[in-house]
Design a protein around this ligand. Structure first.
Ligand code: MSP
Length: 640
């Protein structure tokens, strides 16, 4: 898509607590999109900030024995520090306590009140005095507070209401007519489902008798503004609405509001209706991502299972952490965080594939070419294949950004690094060097280095620090790449002096291995012979038919929490197998993957379900990892 400008926002975070991995995720995602668009040469604005009013902050401040402002001032620093640490390049950081925001909210409220979009009415509700909250009758069984079980009091008070209900029909139509407005599609359906019920007017005031920490209503000093009505305005107050029409016109409508799935209704019902009432255009897309879970559970401070992003970045490096978050989560779905999964991906994609590729190539450039990048000789087929793969990855990345499937784009780029390593295995530059076949050697080194130039450019928005280092090793200096250059082959200049070699991603020992004592010295090799116990003849092995299989569908076996039932395709044949992997894989993670099965195992019935074959998996401590096949391999292929 050709954009004239790109304006991306994150939610503004509550300052009642320290930042966690969910906050880091959205902010890094916004940063990657912003960096990518800047490299495309599109004028870009990236906004994040803090939500500082409301009951949560007031309560946290009371607990800490300070004023809400002092508490916000103290806590916001954690966010600012984290964004600096994580290399986040936001153009602005808005705090809702700043005068520019307060003035904007008050002007908007005054305008809506004048035009009759806000009215005063009596409000009847069930109120919990200690909680300082109203509850709907349906949420409060036996008229007891759902949180503490205390008896609720009936309270009638005057409040101010925003005429949200009258926009219901318009909103439903707008959502139908603009399929990109709410993404992914299933979230759009969720909002449409919500809108099937009658949409009520929104109470936008809170009596100061109960909550004083907020923006005062410009037309009634006894009330402050409901925190969501205040917070959502940040997306426009930060770009000069209504005081600076020039700046506002430059950036509005936003390209993306990135949010978590739990704040869908406020962003896809309240916010569009507020904008409509202000006669402002809608943002292009509200994109709701899933949640980071710890195993299968929700992260929460009270459960003590919150992942601290600062700790991860300290331990493994900022860029590796950014890469993991972006590569691991399928945008829109939940993802499970574990340090083991982190280490596995780090070692596979970064240490083994990318880091190894760089050191293999540049070591030979140093030892055989005096550290100078040689001019390539004539290209053969393997070179052409790799070149096309690298340029293809640039296209894949572009498409994946447009489709908000960053995981797929990163998968394609990681695939090219893997492919380049295979290319080296095939072309054996170390042998070419020994045999002094300079022409061929130069071609191989140049082809691999050029691949690294493209790969590092594509990964730059995700791992800016490490990719600049990589480009320095290639001799390109610490310059940012231009996306256009990543679709063109041959831009590395032969004769360029390579930079000093460094190990970008030192291999990390999996936790399990670091925890156990070092293995005893390896036993001396015994001469092969029939007497060695456990050794089998090739003929024994040949009896086992191992084949590739593609997973077509997967689901849990009812009543058996360890089992998954997979429908697989083995060449032209369709089968069902049952595997004890439910604790290690979610069904949706397996669909489309190519696995390895024992195809000639006698069928068995497991927990009443027929299983026709067995998949192979590696046992790693308590974890289990399925053997999957690399690259495009058809199902039904024999493994020998
Ligand atoms: N202040 C409001 C947003 C106002 S936007 C006008 C708010 N703040 S929050 O700090 O509670 O949450 C901010 C974001 O963090 C939300 O998008 C939420 O979905 C996200 N996350 C909180 N926990 C999360 C995970 N475990 N995983 C991913 N994101 C999650 O809501």
């Amino acid at each position: 898509m050709n954009r004239k400008s790109f304006y991306v926002t994150t939610p503004i975070y509550y300052v009642n607590d320290a930042p966690h991995i969910g906050h880091a995720y959205t902010t890094i995602l916004a940063d990657v999109l912003a960096r990518y668009h800047r490299l495309l040469g599109v004028p870009t604005r990236f906004l994040t900030g803090s939500d500082e009013h409301g009951q949560k902050v007031q309560r946290a401040a009371e607990k800490a024995g300070v004023t809400p402002q002092a508490h916000a001032d103290r806590t916001v620093v954690h966010f600012l520090d984290l964004w600096r640490k994580l290399g986040v390049t936001n153009d602005d950081f808005i705090r809702t306590t700043e005068p520019r925001h307060v003035q904007s909210v008050q002007k908007i409220l005054a305008g809506l009140y004048e035009r009759g979009e806000i009215y005063r009415a009596e409000y009847d509700g069930w109120y919990c005095v200690p909680c300082e909250r109203f509850f709907m009758e349906k949420d409060a069984q036996d008229l007891k507070c759902p949180e503490y079980g205390r008896t609720l009091e009936k309270l009638t008070e005057s409040n101010y209401f925003f005429r949200m209900g009258k926009y219901q029909e318009w909103l439903v139509e707008y959502i139908h007519d603009h399929p990109k407005f709410i993404q992914p599609d299933f979230r759009r359906n969720e909002t449409l489902g919500f809108l099937q019920k009658k949409l009520n007017d929104l109470c936008i005031s809170r009596s100061k008798k109960r909550l004083s920490w907020g923006i005062e209503l410009p037309f009634d000093r006894d009330y402050v503004t409901y925190v969501w009505f205040d917070a959502l305005v940040n997306y426009i107050s930060a770009i000069g609405y209504p005081g600076d029409p020039g700046m506002f016109a430059r950036w509005w409508p936003a390209s993306y509001h990135l949010i978590g799935k739990d704040i869908l209704t406020t962003h896809t019902v309240y916010w569009p209706v507020m904008l409509k009432a202000m006669n402002l255009p809608m943002p292009e897309t509200v994109f709701a991502h899933g949640w980071w879970l710890l195993g299968d559970s929700k992260m929460s401070k009270s459960a003590g299972n919150v992942v601290n992003p600062m700790d991860m970045a300290e331990k493994y490096g900022v860029d590796a952490f950014r890469y993991f978050l972006m590569a691991e989560m399928v945008l829109g779905q939940d993802a499970s965080f574990s340090e083991d999964a982190f280490v596995r991906r780090y070692n596979a994609d970064l240490a083994n594939d990318l880091g190894n590729l760089l050191s293999r190539v540049m070591k030979i450039v140093a030892s055989n070419c005096g550290g100078i990048l040689p001019a390539p000789g004539p290209e053969g087929e393997p070179e052409q294949v790799l070149r096309e793969a690298a340029i293809g990855a640039a296209g894949a990345m572009e498409r994946s950004i447009e489709a908000m499937r960053l995981d797929q784009g990163l998968g394609a780029v990681a695939g090219v690094a893997r492919e380049a390593n295979r290319y080296l295995e095939k072309r054996q530059p170390w042998t070419l060097a020994k045999e002094k076949r300079a022409d061929e050697l130069n071609t191989v080194l140049y082809t691999a280095a050029e691949t690294l130039r493209i790969v590092s450019g594509l990964l730059y928005p995700v791992m800016p620090g490490k990719m600049l280092e990589l480009r320095e090793v290639l001799g390109m200096g610490a310059r940012e790449p231009a996306i256009a250059d990543l679709k063109v082959w041959g831009l590395l200049k032969p004769g360029t002096a390579a930079g000093a070699m460094r190990i970008l991603f030192p291999k990390v020992l999996p936790k399990a291995e670091t925890d156990v004592p070092a293995p005893a010295a390896a036993a001396p090799k015994k001469a092969p012979g029939p007497a060695v116990p456990g050794v089998i003849e090739y003929g024994d092995f040949a009896k086992v038919q191992l084949k590739t299989a593609r997973v077509l569908a997967a689901e849990k076996v009812e009543g058996a929490d360890k089992l998954l039932k997979l429908q697989i395709e083995v060449g032209a044949e369709k089968r069902q197998i049952v595997a004890g992997i439910a604790q290690f894989y979610k069904p949706e993670e397996l669909i489309g993957r190519t696995i390895v099965i024992v195809a000639n195992l006698k069928p068995a019935v497991i927990r009443g379900v027929e299983s026709n074959g067995m998949l192979l998996a590696a046992a790693v401590g308590k974890d289990l990892r399925i053997v999957m096949v690399d690259g495009e391999v058809p199902s039904g292929a024999a493994i020998r």
